[in-house]
Ligand binder design. Structure first.
Ligand code: C2G
Length: 141
């Protein structure tokens, strides 16, 4: 059985994440997702809308995902690769080159991101909609 692993925050789950997870699963038979904990998100400088348990519940409902484990640190990957006997480590190509050191333990693949969507873009566009709605309601009053 070919084991695949990937890591991330997966906040405000969107089709860019799903594209990655589907392609990762199609590389093998079993997909593990190392999901960044709320604590680790702080280390990454990310403030997710959904907390860890909510993001975990969403990921576990995706047909491509077989197991979700907590990602607590940058350093845990080697232990994870050995513990789960991982064959392929895969990330979006925004991380290209950053995890080449894992080549010693398994195949490392970077695949293209879905360019037009991101959690940051969703948050910013929602902020704009809210601002516009507030302006409209002020004009009406
Ligand atoms: N992704 C993608 N297309 C997008 C957005 C994200 O393919 N439009 C991919 C990213 O490249 C990453 C995964 O989806 O491989 C998860 O993205 P994030 O939740 O933003 O993960 P990140 O904060 O990059 O954390 O140790 C690794 C880190 O935990 C990765």
């Amino acid at each position: 059985m070919k084991i695949i692993i990937t890591y991330g925050t997966f906040d405000l789950l969107h089709y860019g994440h799903i594209n990655l997870l589907r392609r990762a699963k199609n590389m093998g038979d079993y997909l593990i997702v190392g999901l960044s904990t709320d604590y680790f998100n702080q280390e990454k400088g990310k403030n997710s809308y959904f907390n860890y348990d909510e993001r975990k519940q969403l990921l576990e409902s995706i047909r491509y995902v077989d197991l979700v484990i907590p990602e607590n640190s940058w350093e845990q990957k080697i232990k994870d690769l050995e513990e789960y006997k991982v064959d392929i480590f895969v990330m979006g190509d925004d991380w290209k080159g950053k995890f080449d050191y894992l080549n010693e333990f398994c195949e490392v693949r970077y695949i293209s991101r879905t360019p037009e969507i991101s959690t940051t873009k969703i948050k910013n566009e929602l902020k704009m909609i809210t601002l516009k709605n507030n302006e409209m309601s002020l004009r009406v009053e």
